[in-house]
Design a protein around this ligand. Structure first.
Ligand code: NAP
Length: 250
C-alpha cells in the first residue's frame, strides 16, 4: 500500500490531488483547517482509505504532533510513504512596508516553517522504514522570479526551493534516504487566483495580467494539475528527478 500525507487537501490543487489518489490501493492522510465533505463521500463510495486531520499549520509548535498523528495511520508494511507539502497562502499582498508583522509571520509559518518542520519530523520518525520515502513540495514560479507586492510569498517559496536543495544533499548520503522534489505547478484556477484577481493595482501592479490569464482561458484546472502531480509522485523514475521542477515543462 502506498501512503500519502497531503496538506491543504480541503480545496484547490490539494483537494484535486487527494481525489485523484483515493480509491486505489492507497492510504491518504489529509489535512487542512476544514474538512471537505465531497472528499469524504468519494472515499466512502470507492472504499478508499482516508483520514482527515483538521489542523492549522500556522500552529507551528504542534507540527511534530501532527506528523505523529499522520504516521499513526501508516500500515505495518507500506510500499512507499509520500509527504506532499501543498498547503499555502498568498497573503499579505502589497508593498512590504504595508505588510503587518502578524501577516508576514503567518505567511512564512504556513508556506515555509510548516513544510520544513513536517519534513524534518517525517525524515527522523520514518528512519527505520526501509521503503521509498518521498517529499513533494509545492513551490511556485514566484519562488524563482520576484513579483512586486508578493514579498512574503516569493520569499517563502524561494526558501522552500533552497530548503529542498539542502535536504536533497543531506539525504543523498543516507542508505534509505528521502527523495525530495520542489515543483512549481504553473497557474491554476483556484481560490488563490481569485484572491490575486481581487487585489487592487496599488497593492499588486500585475493584477490586470492575472485577470487576462483567466479571461483568455490560460489557467490550468486543479484536475489537470493534480493529474500531472499524481503521475510525477507515482513515477518509477521519481528518485532520478531534479530537485527543482517546473510542471509546465514536464
Ligand atoms: P487554495 O485553493 O487557496 O488552497 C489552499 C489550501 O491550503 C487549502 O486546502 C487550505 O485549507 C490550505 N491552507 C491554507 N492555509 C492553511 C493553514 N493555515 N493551515 C492549514 N491549511 C491551510 O490554493 P491552491 O491554489 O490550491 O494552492 C496550493 C499550493 O499551490 C500552494 O502552496 C500555492 O502556493 C501553490 N501554487 C498555486 C498556484 C496557483 O496558480 N493556484 C501557482 C503556484 C503555486 P483550509 O483553508 O481549509 O485550511
Amino acid at each position: 500500500m502506498d501512503v500519502f500525507f497531503i496538506t491543504g487537501a480541503s480545496r484547490g490543487i490539494g483537494l484535486a490531488l487527494s481525489k485523484k489518489l483515493i480509491g486505489s490501493n492507497n492510504v491518504l492522510v489529509c489535512t487542512a483547517r476544514s474538512k471537505n465533505q465531497e472528499l469524504e463521500e468519494l472515499a466512502n463510495e470507492q472504499n478508499g482509505k482516508l483520514v482527515f486531520l483538521e489542523f492549522d499549520l500556522a500552529e507551528t509548535p504542534r507540527l511534530e504532533e501532527l506528523m505523529d498523528a499522520m504516521i499513526s495511520h501508516v500500515p505495518e508494511f507500506p510500499s512507499s510513504i509520500t509527504l506532499v507539502n501543498n498547503a499555502g497562502m498568498i497573503e499579505p499582498i502589497g508593498h512590504t512596508e504595508d505588510n503587518s508583522q502578524a501577516a508576514i509571520e503567518k505567511n512564512i509559518a504556513v508556506n515555509l516553517t510548516a513544510p520544513m518542520i513536517l519534513t524534518s519530523a517525517f525524515i527522523r520518525k520514518l528512519k527505520e522504514k526501509h521503503v521509498p520515502k518521498r517529499v513533494l513540495n509545492i513551490s511556485s514560479g514566484a519562488g524563482r522570479h520576484a513579483y512586486a507586492g508578493w514579498s512574503s510569498y516569493c520569499a517563502s517559496k524561494a526558501g522552500l526551493d533552497h530548503y529542498s536543495n539542502t535536504v536533497a544533499l543531506e539525504q543523498k548520503k543516507e542508505p534509505f534516504g528521502v527523495k525530495i522534489v520542489s515543483v512549481a505547478p504553473g497557474i491554476i484556477d483556484t481560490d488563490m487566483q481569485k484572491e490575486i484577481r481581487a487585489t487592487n493595482t496599488q497593492k499588486f501592479g500585475l493584477v490586470k495580467q492575472f485577470i487576462e490569464y483567466k479571461e483568455k482561458g490560460l489557467l490550468s484546472t486543479p484536475e489537470e494539475t493534480a493529474s500531472k502531480l499524481a503521475d510525477l509522485i507515482q513515477s518509477d523514475h521519481f528518485s532520478e528527478l531534479d530537485v527543482l521542477l517546473d510542471l509546465s515543462t514536464i
